[in-house]
Design a protein around this ligand. Structure first.
Ligand code: 5GP
Length: 198
């Protein structure tokens, strides 16, 4: 998505050859028009599939999952990272290791909202090591729902995540794919879908 690549070039902060900060427009302050455009783009990419639910993980996937769910006219669910006292019903859970925070945590989704009848599209902000997305894919599998695909806003293609997801036979599309980066430098791969945005 050219528009997204431009914004990353202009406003992204490349902290190292592994970490990109996009707090100015995606991850902390959110450009809502861009988030809506991202949702529409995912809607176009996956719109020929039957999808009943969009699933993401709190917190930074929520705005993109919501924009995508609006485009597809379905509900979205965000997996919770801490078990809330209000979450008294049965849950699907999966362990996730966070490399950015160097900690393990459990993600959970209420069994009330995901079942074998669902066809799920997973959406997240970053695809890096793939740990978070694989945790979500495990939850979808545990529920018996069909996983239609995974959409990521930014993929760091030099990390192992995409390969691990493809190895499981899951369809994955990312709107910006970073081949390599370093402070003051960023190189994108070609889009893995037909980019009809401006
Ligand atoms: P994973 O390594 O599991 O694919 O990524 C887990 C989460 O870490 C992503 O959803 C994202 O929130 C965060 N993350 C990974 N790499 C980066 C990065 O370079 N920049 C930012 N801002 N977040 C990242």
């Amino acid at each position: 998505m050219k528009l997204l690549e431009e914004r990353i070039r202009q406003e992204g902060l490349i902290l190292s050859d592994k970490v990109l900060k996009v707090d100015a427009f995606l991850n902390h302050q959110v450009d809502t028009e861009l988030a809506v455009e991202i949702g529409q783009q995912f809607g176009r990419i996956f719109g020929n599939e039957t999808i009943t639910k969009v699933v993401t993980i709190e917190a930074s996937g929520i705005q993109f999952a919501m924009a995508t769910a609006i485009a597809l006219k379905v509900p979205f669910i965000y997996a919770k990272k801490k078990k809330a006292v209000t979450l008294s019903e049965k849950v699907y859970t999966a362990p996730v290791h966070s490399f950015t925070r160097n900690e393990d945590y459990q993600i959970s989704v209420s069994q009330n909202y995901l079942s074998a009848e669902d066809k799920v599209l997973i959406i997240d902000d970053f695809l890096a090591t793939g740990a978070a997305l694989i945790g979500l894919a495990d939850i979808v599998e545990e529920s018996g729902a069909e996983l239609v695909g995974i959409g990521c806003v930014i993929e760091k293609s030099f990390q192992e995540g995409r390969g691990l997801i493809e190895k499981r036979g899951i369809r994955v599309h990312s709107l910006a794919r970073i081949a390599s980066m370093a402070p003051g430098y960023i190189d994108f791969l070609e889009a893995d879908y037909e980019d009809v945005s401006q």
